[in-house]
Design a binder for this molecule. Structure first.
Ligand SMILES: Nc1nc2c(ncn2[C@@H]2O[C@H](COP(=O)(O)OP(=O)(O)OP(=O)(O)O)[C@@H](O)[C@H]2O)c(=O)[nH]1
Ligand SMILES: [Mg+2]
Length: 304
């Protein structure tokens, strides 16, 4: 059996979480077109006849300005230290810049094998990919360079084979049916945040958080053994959306509450599938000034 930790590393928005979900065939991490979507390390466990790959999705590498971002970067650093294999994703549509150099400088001091994944090849020309390979092969010593599309699944099977080639022989760490280490409550809060992210712009994606305050079963009105007993369980979920300013609170609520209603409807549809229950979702937008620098709020959202 080949077993080990395979870290997904790279700048924000390069497609790490998309790749994680594609490798697992299941949604474990949320995705958005805004940078800094993922805020913690998320394990995604794939068990096959060859062994067990424990993917570690990470926040994007960036220069941290708030306590929140320092914590995000600490997840990255500890994943770099504890992984058996590092998979560096880059976005083939982006020009090489300071942010990329920052990533390379961090990886220069690491002796763990590194695979380079050139992502989003579904939307770039082949000659551009060749130029990127040419440029990157001199920056670091990569074990392999693989052009992929995390979105379309191009070359993900090649990637999986190469991971196994680079993992140590070991016993499985997780049972075969475990997919992730995150709590269901955390996943639910993330789904709500994903819908929120799809509707907000500018500063707001960075300065909003979601905390699930309550999940409760709603008792049925009629006694069991009647037709209603066959109906799905009803659940009440109360979630708080934290923002830093009153103006942001008003944006998220929207004119006559239209924005928050849209977010709630989209989130509810997905929560229904995950919990296989009828859901009553209550969303409250709360102003918490400077929550990104408040350790108590950060603890609260991290450990749901
Ligand atoms: N065309 C194309 N788009 C992709 C591909 N992979 C990811 N994307 C898009 O890129 C954006 C970012 O994807 P994520 O998976 O959230 O990126 P991430 O690296 O996890 O980002 P952070 O969590 O912010 O660090 C989303 O809009 C994805 O749909 C790909 O292979 N092709
Ligand atoms: Mg992500």
């Amino acid at each position: 059996m080949k077993v080990g930790y395979a870290a997904l590393i790279g700048r924000p928005n390069v497609g790490k979480s998309t790749l994680l979900n594609n490798m697992l065939g299941q949604k474990v991490a949320i995705i958005s077109n805004k940078p800094q979507t993922t805020r913690t390390s998320i394990l995604g466990i794939k068990t096959t006849e060859k062994g067990q790959i424990i993917f570690v999705d990470n926040p994007g590498i960036h220069k941290p300005l708030h306590k929140l971002n320092k914590r995000m970067m600490n997840f990255v650093y500890s994943s770099l230290e504890t992984s058996d294999l590092i998979n560096l994703l880059i976005d083939a549509t982006e020009k090489y810049g300071h942010g990329d150099q920052f990533v390379i400088d961090i990886l220069k001091n690491i002796s763990t094998p590194i695979i380079l994944l050139i992502n989003k090849v579904d939307i770039v020309r082949k000659d551009k990919i060749l130029l990127i390979i040419d440029q990157y092969k001199d920056l670091l010593s990569f074990k392999e360079i693989i052009p992929i599309s995390a979105l379309k699944g191009t070359n993900v099977n090649v990637f999986e084979d190469i991971i196994y080639e680079n993992l140590p022989e070991a016993e499985k760490i997780y049972s075969g049916d475990e997919i992730s280490d995150q709590s269901q409550r955390f996943l639910l809060s993330e789904i709500i945040r994903e819908k929120l992210l799809s509707h907000v712009e500018q500063e707001l994606p960075f300065s909003t958080a979601v905390y699930i305050d309550t999940i409760e079963d709603i008792p049925e009105d009629s006694p069991p053994n009647t037709d209603s007993a066959k109906k799905k369980q009803r659940k009440y979920i109360n979630a708080h959306i934290f923002v830093e300013k009153e103006t942001h609170r008003r944006i998220i609520i929207g004119k006559q509450g239209r924005m928050i209603k849209k977010i709630g409807t989209q989130a509810r549809l997905e929560l229904v599938k995950i919990l296989d229950a009828r859901i009553y979702l209550d969303l409250w937008v709360k102003v918490k000034e400077n929550w990104r620098d408040a350790a108590d709020v950060l603890d609260l959202i991290e450990r749901q």
